[in-house]
Design a protein around this ligand. Structure first.
Ligand SMILES: [Zn+2]
Length: 308
């Protein structure tokens, strides 16, 4: 049965059972006068998400907005199928990402190149969204869902150039997508996610600094769940990004790119050790996230050296 939980007033977490892994993918239903879903998960999660919405007591026809934190397919891939059951829903997405949801060919090709063909089977088909149902948003845009609930969009590049965080006024909370990273294993392990080609260290750090100034009381992670340790988590993400950068830049000088990649990989294994007992998640993180993170850092440094 689908797992739902009210994590803050009128905000429900639905575990979308991403890639059939428990406690890995969260989408959030904001249940106000108007109703919004933050992220959709991929097409393979659509049935679980629809069940979750109904279990909260909301019918899919009542959903006014699908809000996409960023267009990576584990967050947005299911939107095109999901809105078929949501006749009045608009899809709010970063202005840089909107055209890729209208025509996902490039987006899908990019995922194939970065993560291989197998991942597409796990994500499912990506159905294009009609332009008239897309609502491109920018820094500072707001959506009012009710008297006490106004959502404000914050551009949050670093993990991806098309990343948004969404501030919600009722609980002083922040939907962080992947902007900070992932927080898993009952909030014990926080790891920034740095995939190529979009990872940008300076932008990522600047985003974390900007999020700190909001003084939010809660973070709603896309992977996975809520945390009230806001400052601690933002600070930890900054420290880790910096520490990984130090490892890479130091090792690069002595052992080149292969040496630096191996050192960073070993460090990431160490940091994920507490997840080991969650077998399916550990496997995905060590196969998937470690590879992406190392590749992202290597590309970032390669670009940097080529530019100099
Ligand atoms: Zn992402």
């Amino acid at each position: 049965m689908v797992d739902i939980k009210e994590v803050a007033e009128n905000i429900y977490l639905i575990d979308n059972q991403l890639y059939s892994i428990p406690e890995w993918g969260s989408v959030y239903l904001i249940n106000e006068e108007k109703k919004a879903l933050v992220d959709t998960g991929p097409t393979t999660s659509v049935n679980v998400v629809l069940d979750g919405i109904k279990r909260v007591g909301v019918s899919p026809e009542e959903i006014d907005y699908l809000i996409i934190t960023h267009i990576h397919l584990d967050h947005a891939g299911g939107a095109g199928v999901l809105i078929q059951d949501m006749p009045r829903a608009q899809v709010a997405v970063h202005h840089k990402g909107a055209r890729h949801l209208a025509n996902p060919v490039k987006l899908v090709d990019g995922v194939r190149v970065a993560q291989g063909e197998e991942i597409m089977a796990k994500l499912g088909e990506v159905v294009p969204i009609e332009m008239k149902r897309l609502k491109p948003v920018s820094e500072g845009d707001v959506i009012k869902l009710g008297e006490k609930q106004v959502l404000r969009f914050i551009e949050a590049p670093g993990h991806a150039s098309h990343e948004l965080c969404i501030y919600e006024s009722r609980n002083n909370g922040l939907f962080s997508g992947d902007a900070i990273g992932i927080l898993v294993a009952e909030n014990k392990v926080l790891v920034p996610v740095t995939p190529p080609p979009s990872f940008d260290l300076e932008l990522y750090l600047a985003t974390l600094k900007k999020l700190m100034t909001l003084e939010a009381s809660a973070l709603y992670f896309a992977h996975f769940g809520i945390s009230n340790q806001v400052d601690e988590n933002l600070k930890l993400a900054m420290d880790k990004l910096q520490a990984w950068a130090n490892i890479v830049s130091k090792t690069l000088k002595e052992d080149g790119f292969d040496g630096a990649a191996a050192k960073l990989k070993a460090q990431l294994y160490l940091e994920l050790e507490p997840v080991r007992k969650m077998a399916s998640l550990y496997k995905y993180l060590t196969d998937g996230i470690i590879t992406l993170n190392v590749a992202g850092y290597m590309q970032y440094y390669q670009d940097k050296y080529e530019a100099n």
